[in-house]
Design a protein around this ligand. Structure first.
Ligand SMILES: Nc1ncnc2c1ncn2[C@@H]1O[C@H](COP(=O)(O)OP(=O)(O)OP(=O)(O)O)[C@@H](O)[C@H]1O
Length: 740
């Protein structure tokens, strides 16, 4: 082999070999749409441009065909002006497009991810801290798929979460994760993450879910029809064309199957072709054919658009296994193997665990390193060894292998590249577009979800019929003063309290918001605006229809203006309770705990709202100030009472007093209402509280987003272990020749 000069594509200055030959642009090797595979001739002509790095030189004197190099370590395979991978067999290389990863600007736009000596620990009651990941080192490159495999509970999801910056707050992480060679946080829109559980809006059809998502994420410069086309093309790519108009469905209504939901989740995240894509078990729930098609399409997409894909996979078929570029095999948080997927077989062979004929290699690897069932591992040579021993042998062997050294060298090289900061992938749609789309989507969801408003409407109507018949035709006797007060209190307290009923549906919305927010589809502001505007028509409906029943059956203060005020206070109180529950949901995302917390808060507010204990009798200072002024029931009651009693006169049954009593006197002496200001001020305060509560929700989410990483940063501790931070590449075999 001739001497080699490794030149990264983003290295400054001209390089004679960094540009692909002109004719490359006219070549058509594979077609993403049709999935057609390149001819062998085409492939060999484009092999030299398969990777984002140009390697000056070089001729291969071995005379091997292009594919035979797959038995060499993958990361630094340098020969024949190429570093190649077994994916060539699938035609996953240059496709002739201008933006082809293999030819153009992977080095500029692609994202390299490296991690060195990565540890993740969690608190363990008895033993201090338990390590979930133990000193992992690896890398992931643009245009490639890195598969993370291992037995259940070995730390696959934890590794993905750590790399994506999404570890839970009870974990501690140490080691170095670099993006394009520099430290940067990977949250909120810098990458896309397909989580293990499918958090989707169950009331939407597949077409709607993906199209709304396209509208939220794709730039305003794209026309509606283009967005629609992109959405439908992506749905077809994931083989969901027959389910386009099927509702996703949830626990109450059956819709898509688990595997179909998985594919919808993938569709939503690949719409914008993110530069970094994390996938937690993308093939779970899929049959082997569907798994193969999904994974091969993702690999093609990765290759075509320079996407760096990192996926945890449970049990790939041999066909699926073949599309992996690199494999990270974990056992109990330790690396058993990291390197070319196709080289894993040789690794297991050479360590005395050959894959039996006719067995799927990935099954063999997993079986060899799964010690959960404490079974013995059969060896090719007829003997047996315990699974624990087998794992230790493999871990030791990997650590001392050349492959491991090459991985560390590769990590070191990538770290030297020092690429720019990763820009937010984020949504490119404007804030206004996001608000409009979210309002529309949320309206459709509220309309179709019976639990959101329809059930409440039915219950409200039933309750208001009860109120209307119990207080029927209340009249204007002296006794009606107390009855009116009680009836209005019931409406202000209990009917508004019932707004809590929409909380479970809102919690589902919050989960979707959480996922989309983390993936950068839109911000908190757009979510709050969308939720507020979409709920207004429904809240108006559930305050007007039951309100009219209760108001006119009881025969409250006559006059349309009085009814409008009554319905307005009811409406704004329901909105207020919903806003309060939004705050609760942002702090307590579990719906049962949230309902209990929300009910508790409202119970306290009801108590100190000035009805059960008159304002002047409330113990000072806490209940009289500030609680009385914080409880929205104060303003609701006072507004209702002013609306009801001002302008009315009642006969006075009290001995020795005047024969009549005015509404003003009742307000001041009976209900102790502050009459120095108009009833409209009360309603304005209530509206102000709605705005305040929604702003509080926004503020809490934003603060948590900002504070959480700081707290996590403070919590990062060095685990008790000797560190092996790679300051120098263990193997300088390639580097001493490299010009970076
Ligand atoms: N935040 C956490 N707190 C406590 N333990 C955790 C936490 N996260 C992960 N673990 C533990 O770490 C181990 C690895 O979990 P992880 O979810 O990464 O495994 P996995 O390989 O993805 O498993 P599966 O394939 O079954 O999804 C498990 O034993 C799990 O209980």
């Amino acid at each position: 082999m001739e001497s080699q000069v490794y030149v990264p594509r983003w290295a400054p200055g001209p390089s004679p070999t960094t540009s692909p030959p002109k004719e490359a642009k006219s070549e058509r090797v594979d077609d993403l749409e049709t999935g057609s595979i390149a001819s062998e001739e085409d492939r060999s002509s484009t092999m030299g441009r398969l990777f984002p790095f140009s390697v000056a030189s070089i001729s291969d004197n071995t005379g091997r065909p292009p594919h035979s190099d797959i038995h060499e370590p993958p990361s630094l395979r340098i020969e024949s002006n190429l570093i190649t991978s077994p994916r060539t067999e699938l035609g996953l290389q240059h496709n002739g497009a201008e933006n082809c990863i293999t030819c153009n600007d992977v080095g500029l736009n692609g994202v390299f991810l490296t991690w060195k000596d990565l540890w993740v620990t969690v608190a363990d009651g008895e033993n201090g801290r338990r390590a979930i990941l133990q000193g992992l080192t690896g890398y992931a490159q643009p245009g490639e798929l890195l598969a993370i495999m291992g037995p259940s509970g070995c730390g696959k999801s934890t590794l993905l979460d750590a790399l994506a910056g999404r570890l839970g707050s009870n974990t501690r992480q140490s080691g170095e994760i670099l993006v394009n060679g520099s430290k940067q946080r990977l949250t909120f829109g810098t990458s896309a993450y397909v989580t293990q559980d499918d958090t989707l809006m169950t009331t939407l059809t597949v077409r709607e879910a993906v199209y709304y998502s396209a509208q939220l994420q794709l730039p305003d410069s794209m026309s509606r029809s283009e967005k629609k086309e992109r959405a439908e093309m992506t749905i077809r790519e994931m083989g969901l064309q027959d389910a386009m108009n099927t509702r996703i469905g949830g626990w109450s209504v059956k819709g898509l199957s688990g595997g179909q939901k998985r594919r919808v989740s993938i569709c939503i995240e690949i719409l914008t072709r993110p530069r970094l894509l994390f996938m937690d078990e993308p093939t779970s729930g899929l049959d082997s054919a569907a798994s193969y098609h999904v994974m091969s399409r993702i690999v093609k997409l990765a290759r075509h658009d320079g996407i760096n894909v990192i996926a945890s996979i449970h049990q790939p078929s041999s066909e699926v296994f073949e599309v992996f570029h690199n494999l990270c095999l974990l056992s109990s948080g330790k690396t058993v193997y990291f390197g070319s997927a196709s080289m894993a077989k040789e690794f297991f062979d050479s360590n005395g665990f050959p894959c039996p004929a006719l067995r799927n290699p990935s099954d063999h690897y997993l079986r060899t390193i799964n010690k959960d069932f404490d079974s013995d591992t059969e060896q090719g040579h007829g003997g047996t060894t315990s699974t624990e021993e087998a794992i230790n042998t493999l871990i030791k062997s990997y650590k001392s292998s050349e492959t491991c050294q090459q991985v560390q060298s590769r990590v070191y090289e990538i770290c030297q590249l020092k690429g720019g900061l990763l820009e937010k992938k984020g949504s490119q749609a404007s804030f206004i577009t996001q608000c409009l789309v979210l309002t529309r989507r949320s309206s459709v969801n509220m309309y179709r979800d019976l639990g959101y408003y329809w059930l409440r409407l039915a219950i409200y109507i039933a309750l208001c019929l009860c109120v209307g018949t119990i207080f029927y035709d209340i009249g204007s006797s002296y006794g009606s003063i107390q009855a009116r007060g009680s009836m209005l209190m019931f409406v202000a307290a209990f009917l508004t309290f019932m707004a809590i009923g929409g909380f479970p549906s809102f919690v589902e919305d919050m989960k979707i918001f959480g996922r989309e927010r983390l993936n950068g589809h839109y911000g908190v502001g757009a979510f709050v605006v969308g939720n507020t505007f979409s709920s207004i028509p429904y809240l108006l409906m559930i305050s007007l229809i039951p309100g009219v029943i209760a108001y006119y059956l009881v025969g409250l203060h006559k006059g349309f203006e009085h009814f409008v005020y009554f319905a307005l206070v009811l409406f704004v109180c329901m909105m207020l309770v919903e806003s309060l529950m939004m705050i609760v949901a942002s702090v307590v995302p579990d719906f049962l705990m949230g309902i209990i917390t929300g009910a508790g808060i409202q119970g306290v507010m009801m108590l100190c709202g000035g009805f059960f204990r008159l304002p002047n009798d409330l113990p000072k200072p806490f209940w009289r100030y500030p609680m009385y002024y914080i409880a929205f029931h104060k303003y609701a009651n006072q507004g209702f009472y002013k609306n009801e009693f001002q302008g009315l006169t009642f006969p006075n049954n009290q001995a020795g007093g005047p024969s009549t009593i005015t509404g003003e006197e009742i307000l001041q002496n009976v209900w102790q209402v502050e009459t120095g200001y108009s009833k409209w001020v009360d309603v304005a305060i209530l509206f102000g509280m709605v705005v305040l509560y929604r702003l509080l929700f926004l503020g809490i989410i934003k603060t948590v987003e900002k504070v959480k990483p700081i707290i996590k940063g403070l919590m990062v501790a060095s685990p008790e272990k000797s560190k092996q931070v790679i300051e120098k590449p263990p193997s300088s075999r390639y580097l001493h020749e490299a010009k970076i």
